[in-house]
Write a new protein. Structure first.
Length: 240
């Protein structure tokens, strides 16, 4: 399979804190890969490094065959990398429509933007219902759907999701999980999913990496990790 992301032996620091220690991982085209681990394990640091929000100290990051570490974050969006940040980061006083259109700010193809907007509203019918509503008045789950839709408006080839289930009602977590599977399958978007809900992440991904304090502790097929005793005890809170 062709790799869309190759994250090679990366070290990253926050001042004197060594957040990533020689981390290597990859995402193949058309694949969903999960990053699981406790708070502070380094999962979000990987996403910040990929998007250029944090400079790495050493190592290399390649996207679509090109080295991208050190590049401007806006250029990476144009290249096809979109991130849904932790905590949603909506524009609360803007409508759902305008929040979604903000995701297309790097695009100039009006017909293509309209097509993407229709795709997002079909994918998330709740957003169609709330189209003219101020984003800040929606529930956490609805906002999460909107920021995923906003990222899709950039027409990404690689979608980075940082804790999409955080602060979302259990019923809507299932809806979001299903939407991630559908986006990966139907839109041919590769997905790198950071999740503390390890059980959900392993069930909707093909491969996974388990992080512990800045290093990859385990990796493999998600179905194998779901039944791995070490993963059960460390990340899944006991028996499945």
């Amino acid at each position: 399979m062709t790799q869309i992301l190759d994250f090679r032996n990366v070290d990253l620091f926050y001042d004197h804190v060594h957040a990533l220690r020689g981390v290597s991982l990859s995402v193949n085209q058309g694949e969903t890969v999960a990053l699981i681990g406790a708070n502070g394990a380094g999962k979000s640091s990987i996403l910040r490094a990929i998007t250029g929000l944090r400079r790495i100290r050493s190592g290399e990051i390649h996207y679509d065959g090109q080295r991208i570490d050190g590049r401007n974050p806006a250029d990476l969006v144009k290249a096809g990398i979109a991130m849904v940040p932790e905590g949603r980061r909506v524009f609360p006083y803007m409508t759902v429509k305008d929040n979604l259109l903000m995701g297309a700010f790097t695009r100039t193809d009006k017909a293509g933007i309209a097509q993407s907007l229709e795709m997002v509203l079909t994918r998330f019918p709740r957003l169609k219902e709330r189209y003219g509503q101020a984003a800040g008045t929606m529930s956490g789950g609805e906002q999460q759907m909107m920021v995923i839709g906003r990222a899709l408006m950039a027409k990404p080839r690689l979608l980075l999701l940082d804790e999409p289930s955080l602060g979302v009602a259990p019923k809507l977590v299932q809806d979001i999980a299903r939407s991630i599977v559908a986006i990966n399958r139907d839109e041919n978007v590769s997905v790198l999913l950071v999740e503390q809900n390890s059980r959900m992440a392993l069930r909707i991904s093909q491969r996974a990496y388990a992080l512990t304090t800045g290093v990859v502790a385990l990796s493999g097929n998600s179905s194998d990790l779901l039944s791995d005793e070490r993963v059960k005890s460390l990340y899944l809170g006991g028996e499945l």
